[in-house]
Write a protein that binds this ligand. Structure first.
Ligand SMILES: [Fe+2]
Length: 283
């Protein structure tokens, strides 16, 4: 016997099946890690550092939907690229819903996977808002057991004329860019690691930082295809759902990675996770 559906039932069936298909596609695409390679022109970069490679990973959200296997794969992909130094940009664990310190233990496997991570010029880490939403002290403690340098509003000279500056999270730290840069000479090239790209608001008029490397936006995580709109806005409008290279001023760029994991839902739409390789080019 044929079942007759009302118009409303048909519409409901079409909407539900479209959501199911989008959810399935989104779940699968959240597993398709890509390597994004980008060249950044840097004023004042020395000849010797031309071509220096920075490996970037962010937004792991371990303990929520990102598995140990996915983080192992991201680390392997990054190591294969042989970066000169590695930048880890926070949200190692997921603080959503409960904001509980227990989430650090739940996502503890991320620190375990990091144990073998090395680079010739070092591995530098900053915290993200989710690390604060769980227990920043505990996350710091976990990172301190690794051969990494945690930059909490601090800078470090890693080559004669290259400094890495790291700020605490812009929302929760907070980030103190000027304190972090201290008395770094304008002759130096400074690369700033900041979980949240909104740190640029603190850098107006400062020419020392040539490149800010950030995560946090997840590239929008869910982007509506065709109109390319990202409804999720975790920062100022300028960086709404942004990823990739953005020109800030004559001398400064921002690069935003889409990150490794997912937040809120185990879904990415038109926005795959990534590991990024930035190459500094002398201009
Ligand atoms: Fe995140």
């Amino acid at each position: 016997m044929a079942i007759k559906l009302s118009r409303r039932a048909w519409i409901r069936a079409i909407v539900y099946s479209s959501l199911a298909v989008a959810g399935g596609v989104g779940y699968l695409s959240s597993k398709l890690l890509e390597v994004v390679r980008v060249d950044v022109p840097v004023k004042g970069l020395s000849k010797r550092l031309d071509g220096l490679k920075i490996g970037v990973m962010s937004d792991f959200h371990a303990g929520a939907f990102t598995t140990r296997g996915e983080i192992i794969r991201a680390v392997k992909v990054l190591e294969r690229e042989k970066p000169d130094f590695i930048a880890l940009l926070g949200d190692y664990v997921d603080g959503a819903y409960s904001h509980s310190p227990k989430n650090v233990e739940k996502g503890d496997y991320v620190f375990d996977v990091f144990k073998g991570l090395r680079a010739p010029l070092g591995v530098y880490a900053v915290l993200g808002n989710h690390d604060h939403w769980t227990d920043a002290g505990l996350v710091r403690e976990k990172l301190s057991k690794l051969p990494f340098v945690l930059l909490d509003n601090q800078s470090i000279l890693i080559e004669d004329c290259l400094a890495v500056v790291g700020v605490d999270d812009f929302w929760e730290g907070p980030a103190y860019s000027h304190k972090a840069m201290g008395d770094l000479s304008p002759e130096l090239v400074a690369v700033m690691l900041s979980h949240n790209p909104d740190v640029n608001l603190q850098l107006v008029g400062d020419s020392r930082v040539r490149l800010v490397i950030s995560g946090h936006t997840h590239g929008g995580q869910i982007r509506i295809p065709v109109i390319n709109y990202a409804p999720w806005i975790p920062c100022s409008r300028k960086y709404r759902g942004s990823s990739g290279l953005i020109r800030e001023s004559e001398s400064r760029w921002t690069y935003i990675t889409k990150g490794v994991g997912t937040f809120f839902l185990p879904v990415r739409l038109a926005c795959p996770p990534d590991v990024s390789i930035i190459r500094l080019r002398r201009v």
